[in-house]
Design a protein around this ligand. Structure first.
Ligand SMILES: [Fe+2]
Ligand SMILES: [Fe+2]
Length: 172
């Protein structure tokens, strides 16, 4: 078994083969590094300009609301498999929020309670539209970022959210 460390969230995955996505933040495999080769962005001191600061705060709000929405959806799921998937999705979005708070050096804010539909199909559709919004805005934030680390972070988040769209499409 080997130790792979995610260059984005800094969490360690223990396994024989590099996973296709970080199990914790969903970053794609090119961000998974063999133990000693990793220098995770989340652990680096990154000075951010005003624009990146605002973009990171917007991302933080999106991630925290997504976390609560997906927990709501997990509660409405009709099968254990869907419930487990939404719980994991919620954890991945919370991980994104944690990364952002660490980079900004701020405490985790609280957000207003979120609701979701009683209908599973509606929830899948809402998930796709949330993920489309997030991936689109992260692509823009990646372009706008002047700091290399922030560019890399938003690129990884954009890809992770796009991969979530592909995941949910399988349920529709
Ligand atoms: Fe990760
Ligand atoms: Fe996210």
């Amino acid at each position: 078994m080997k130790t792979y460390i995610c260059q984005i969230c800094g969490d360690a995955y223990l396994g024989e083969e590099k996973p296709k996505n970080c199990p914790f933040c969903g970053a794609r495999e090119n961000f998974m590094k063999l133990g000693a080769e990793a220098n995770p962005i989340v652990n680096q001191k990154t000075e951010v300009n005003d624009l990146s600061g605002r973009n990171l705060e917007e991302a933080l709000g999106l991630e925290l609301r997504a976390n609560l929405i997906y927990l709501c959806m997990a509660g409405k799921a009709k099968t254990y498999a869907v419930q487990a998937m939404f719980k994991r999705l919620a954890k991945v979005e919370l991980e994104h929020a944690v990364i952002v708070t660490k980079i900004l050096g701020i405490a985790m804010p609280t957000v207003e309670n979120q609701t979701c539909s009683e209908d599973e199909v509606e929830n899948f559709k809402q998930t796709i539209s949330l993920e489309e919004h997030a991936s689109g805005i992260y692509a823009q934030f990646a372009q706008e970022a002047e700091e290399q680390n922030i560019k890399i972070l938003f690129t990884a988040l954009n890809q992770a959210e796009m991969d979530h769209i592909e995941l949910i499409k399988r349920y529709l």
